[in-house]
Design a protein around this ligand. Structure first.
Ligand code: PMP
Length: 417
């Protein structure tokens, strides 16, 4: 019984619609109302198979990896490395050596800034990002700029929240040494045309890093097809645990890069005179890793892949269309981020009611939304607003939940009449 999947699911809409049965945390009441969880861009809930995989690690074969000759350590190593192989297959990396376990997207971008950046980017050189980056794809470059005098260049976006790419060729100058762009914006939902950006950057020999924190869970990413040089994502946004994520990098680039942190596991041989480093991916994985996290992320990827990705996309896009229509029925509601190509993220403001007040009232009805700048203050500055309310949906959400949100937004309007 234990080994059977919770749901007999495969490739059809029915199984997608019953997906939420796999998530124990969704089945609860908050403030005497059934939980409506619309904070998935911050973190998704975890299916039972992920919870079980972590529980099994700690309760049966808890052990450190890579160094042990005993059975528990061998099992832990096997499961941890199997997770790496699952992720390799999932994003179609050429080799498991290209999959580096990190803490999350933030950690991955900092790794690139401090390792690739410090050895390949000099004073006067430029890094090209966009106006809609999460702070984690801005600040690591600013730290690098303070260290070595490089500069940031910005691709702007229009009122709908779509990148303005007319001047991309000029922005990709002879000084540009790296392009680092978000695939899907966490505060606007916009899905950026990264294929075009990668192609144009490569025409000039410039490598590209993709922040896939908000896209990995909404579609199919094939790093070889995309031909991106680096790609980062966080486990906790794709139904996996917190504290674990992935940096993908092309092997040729990773091999040239110096280690980011020193310590156990990342070395080949240490002496006081000279230390040699371990092979990929271990060169970038100093110290005892997040073993349970890696195994849990492997289980999350297996879970995600057990669904037909086209059904997931169809469901989420249907929720997006439905939500866009319904939300605009609320008097005074303005959607922030109306790109043609977007994920099921609804950022909005409602008259002059403060987003925190809206979020607090919604919480009284068990509706979990996020309010604030969403770690994208330049996006807020663009629209000249301090904050938005953000409802972010995934395939386990429902149209009925959207109806309930809309109903309670009418109630918010009543309170502030
Ligand atoms: N980039 C984007 C687009 C994000 O949405 C987030 C998380 N909100 C991050 C980067 C950072 O991810 P983490 O906090 O998991 O490192």
């Amino acid at each position: 019984m234990m080994n059977q999947p919770l749901l007999q699911k495969k490739d059809n809409l029915t199984s997608i619609q019953s997906a939420r049965l796999s998530f124990p945390a969704l089945d609860q009441s908050v403030n005497d109302h059934p939980l409506v969880y619309f904070d998935n861009a911050a973190t998704t809930h975890k299916p039972l198979s992920v919870l079980k995989s972590i529980d099994q690690f700690y309760s049966s074969y808890n052990s450190n990896v890579h160094r042990g000759v005993h059975s528990l350590s061998e099992k832990a190593t096997e499961q941890y490395e199997n997770a790496r192989k699952s992720i390799q297959g999932f994003i179609n990396a050429e080799s498991a050596q290209e999959i580096i376990f990190v803490k999350g997207t933030t950690d991955a971008i900092n790794l690139i800034a401090q390792s690739y950046g410090r050895s390949n980017i000099q004073a006067g050189d430029e890094i090209l990002i966009t106006e809609m980056e999460h702070h984690s794809n801005i600040v690591p470059w600013q730290i690098l700029a303070e260290q070595n005098g490089c500069k940031l260049n910005i691709i702007p976006f229009n009122e709908k929240g779509e990148l303005i790419l007319e001047n991309l060729d000029q922005l990709l100058s002879s000084k540009t040494k790296l392009v680092s762009v978000v695939h899907a914006s966490n505060s606007l939902g916009t899905v950026n045309p990264i294929e075009t950006i990668i192609r144009k950057a490569h025409l000039k020999g410039i490598p590209v890093l993709i922040d896939a924190a908000q896209s990995i869970q909404h579609g199919k990413i094939d790093v070889q097809k995309l031909d991106c040089d680096f790609l980062a994502f966080s486990g906790h946004k794709i139904y996996g645990p917190t504290g674990i994520g992935v940096l993908y990098g092309k092997k040729t680039l990773l091999e040239e890069m110096p280690p980011y942190q020193g310590g156990g596991d990342m070395i080949n041989y240490v002496s006081f005179e000279k230390t040699t480093y371990n092979e990929l991916p271990y060169k970038f994985e100093a110290g005892t890793p997040n073993i349970a996290g890696g195994i849990g992320l492997g289980a999350a990827i297996e879970f995600f892949q057990s669904y037909d990705i086209n059904s997931i996309i169809a469901k989420e896009q249907a929720l997006l269309k439905y939500g866009q229509k319904k939300l605009l029925e609320v008097p005074g509601l303005q959607l922030i981020g109306t790109a043609e190509n977007k994920t099921a993220v609804f950022s909005f403001v409602l008259k002059d009611i403060h987003p925190h007040d809206i979020g607090t009232i919604l919480n009284q009805y068990g509706i979990a939304v996020r309010t604030g700048h969403h770690c994208t203050q330049p996006v807020m500055a663009h629209y000249k607003i301090p904050a938005t309310v953000r409802a972010s949906l995934v395939f386990y959400n429902t149209e009925r939940e959207i109806d309930f949100l809309v109903e309670k937004l009418h109630a918010v309007n009543e309170v502030f009449k």
